[in-house]
Write a protein that binds this ligand. Sequence first.
Ligand SMILES: Cc1cc2nc3c(=O)[nH]c(=O)nc-3n(C[C@H](O)[C@H](O)[C@H](O)COP(=O)(O)OP(=O)(O)OC[C@H]3O[C@@H](n4cnc5c(N)ncnc54)[C@H](O)[C@@H]3O)c2cc1C
Length: 290
Amino acid sequence: MDFLRPSSWPEALAAKAEHPDALPIAGGTDVMVELNFDQRRPAVLLDLTGVRELAEWERVDGRVRLGAGVSYSRVIAELGDRLPGLAMASRTVGSPQIRNRGTVGGNLGSASPAGDAHPALLAADAEVEAASTTGSRRIPIDDFFTGVKRHALHADELIAAVWITPPSGPQQFSKIGTRNAMVIAVCAFGLALHPERRAVGTGIGSAAPTPIRAGAAERFLTEALDADGLWESRGDLPDALVHGFADRVRDAAAPIDDVRGSAAYRRHALSVMARRTLDWAWTDYQKAGA
Ligand SMILES: Cc1cc2nc3c(=O)[nH]c(=O)nc-3n(C[C@H](O)[C@H](O)[C@H](O)COP(=O)(O)OP(=O)(O)OC[C@H]3O[C@@H](n4cnc5c(N)ncnc54)[C@H](O)[C@@H]3O)c2cc1C
């Protein structure tokens, strides 16, 4: 196995162009497991940990450009106030060791339906910046996941960063596992309220072949909040509205039975998480306006 260790972003892109089958490695918390269990035997490993640009985040035109190599620990410590949904999701990942090594770019690279960053990125309408020696492009998060553990990157592309707009309203993340830490989600749910554009964002994890959005639930809640003037009044949400939202989140899922949980349990759990996260987020919204 060849091991390439570029020390700059242009070098990394040149290496990927020359070796399109090279397997990038960032924190290695997915890749090393796959190598150890002989699930992968790549001819070339492309170590990105020497590329300083990937480990940086910055504010650009009011948005956060989060380098693909920024770890979960840094998202929590440095961006908890700007990206609360992603920080909440990051707190549930693995253990301190995994959060120190594991990166949001690596979560996207694995594109697992159970990746914990994904529901938060969907709810926040993030964009993935992909780059190659021929240029870069932004992929809306909805178009990034193309199948089970498959994504929209071309063979010569690497993930440079994720673009996220800091929220104008509350965000929430909820995850169900068989214990409190070091657990792959049985299912997960991310919610973002966007009062400045009167919109609602959602993301569902571990309950479909890819991370997905609950589009009908988003539209239902957005229309109801508008129709009842609730964005302005910040009044209590009617029970029927909360349950209607939760039912639509549940119905958006396409889960399977597996060792972590049954499809029926996942559907039920999603409706509970949808109700709870909406309750928490709306209470935060009411408090912010008080
Ligand atoms: C004990 C343990 C617990 C875990 N718990 C959780 C959990 O709770 N929640 C969760 O979501 N995940 C969990 N994981 C999985 C893993 O930690 C995450 O998916 C993490 O985000 C991977 O990031 P990484 O930097 O380590 O990626 P790596 O392992 O380095 O790479 C992962 C994939 O992304 C690709 N990749 C990396 N960087 C780039 C890039 N810049 N461009 C293109 N492709 C790239 C790699 O080629 C590979 O396919 C756990 C793993 C372990 C071992």
